[in-house]
Write a protein that binds this ligand. Structure first.
Ligand SMILES: Nc1c(NC[C@H](O)[C@H](O)[C@H](O)CO)[nH]c(=O)[nH]c1=O
Ligand SMILES: CC(=O)[C@@H](O)COP(=O)(O)O
Length: 160
């Protein structure tokens, strides 16, 4: 039986630090744009709800999820940001390409978390089909972009 899913958009604002002093980078993949824009909207809404200022949020686009680690690396090295959120949507096709794109993106983003001093939040949906992606980017399971924004604030605040 499927485990009851927690709604990805649920958060208790009283447990989230105020984000007013933090700067955020958001790197967005253009593949499956209908999904990644939904994730981006969820992230922006939560960041602003928790005190972040619009002028402190920098957005860059990259072609696909495979390019997210490079985009995040460049963001870290050229912009003063306290955390980066990478947003992507990978949907399984007929071949193993899905596995390589997802694996490379996840490993590349983990490498940045280990090797740099800037947290990089993994907001990459890896779905079997479009319905699953829709459900997790503002649909019946909430919005992973919201979840990623809260994680970004908490990680930017780590140690404070
Ligand atoms: N099929 C998906 C891709 N594929 C493109 C790759 O991410 C990459 O841009 C290309 O291989 C050139 O390096 N990307 C996604 O984000 N989502 C997909 O479903
Ligand atoms: C995740 C992908 O790259 C995928 O969309 C490509 O589809 P296919 O495996 O059918 O070539």
């Amino acid at each position: 039986m499927a485990i009851k899913k927690q709604n990805l958009s649920d958060y208790d604002k009283t447990t989230v630090p105020n984000a007013k002093d933090f700067r955020f980078g958001i790197v967005v993949s253009e593949w499956n744009e209908n999904i990644t824009e939904g994730l981006y909207n969820g992230a922006i809404e939560a960041l602003l709800d928790c005190g972040a200022k619009e002028e402190n949020i920098i957005r860059w686009n990259v072609p696909g999820s495979f390019e997210l680690p490079f985009g995040a690396k460049k963001m870290i090295h050229t912009q003063k940001v306290d955390a980066v959120i990478v947003i992507g949507s990978v949907i399984k096709g007929e071949t193993m390409h899905f596995d390589f794109v997802c694996g490379a993106a996840a490993q590349g983003i983990m490498d940045l978390n280990v090797k740099t001093q800037t947290p990089v939040i993994f907001c990459v949906l890896t779905d079997n089909n479009m319905d699953q992606a829709i459900a997790r980017s503002g649909g019946s399971h909430g919005n992973k972009g919201t979840e990623a924004a809260i994680a970004a604030i908490k990680m930017a605040n780590l140690g404070n």
